[in-house]
Ligand binder design. Sequence first.
Ligand code: PAF
Length: 283
Amino acid sequence: MQRAQTPASVREQVSTWRSAGQRIAVVPTMGNLHDGHLSLIRLAAQHAARVVCSIFVNPTQFGPSEDIASYPRTPEADEALLADQGIVDLLFVPTEDDIYPHGITGSVAINLPALAGELCGRSRPGHFHGVASVVLRLLNIVAPDVLVVGRKDYQQAVLLARMIRDLHLPTEIVVGDIVREADGLAMSSRNQYLTSAEREVAGTLHAVLDELAGQLRNGGGSIDKLAARARERLVGSGLKTDYIELRRAQELGAVTSKLPDEPLILLGAAWLGRARLIDNVPV
Ligand code: PAF
């Protein structure tokens, strides 16, 4: 596994692969790698001959009161884990200056459609603009054939797919499945914020969404009533609901009328102690 810090050195390496006609995939991460990331890296290797993984805790996607200072950073362990897996060809570990040469406030930012202000965007204003701003830079630096992201961040994946289409980027987006703990909790670096007592109830978010999705599939009642009951269950386990919403799976449009004959997705977010958990289940 090679390692690069600057965009120029990434470009140099990638251009030799491209001249050899090899397909390239990129897996962007913020580090503190877990099995969820490893599954994305394995998926990337199924779609391309060369896999680039980036580790960069992107400041522009954190709000002023969010956890950028305490976000778990484990660069040595991450690098050792990736080297041990033997899948990643190039690890890209840029600094803030490498990604934002004009600083964070002075840099060009990406604007996104209204969806960026809905669901997670309501309690995290500006978050998806920051995600898009860093991912577009990574795509411009690596120029990959494939971008691999995870399904846990469903809204992020939809918005990135939208950015790729709207900006005519020559990159295909591939979305990897959620990797879960034994109790259903979706893996996330932020799960580390949970105390052991909180960890014991954290699986409730997935259990509640799963149950609600089952009820909807079986035509068990109106989404509003079912979601209100689901919210009560979350509160009963000590979770504070941010949202539970049923949306169209493709573009996350609102489901306004009677359930249409198209794939829907149930999305939820809840706070538990210091952690904000998110999850989603297809309906
Ligand atoms: O999903 C994440 O970890 C981040 O939002 C990403 C895509 C690496 C951009 O910083």
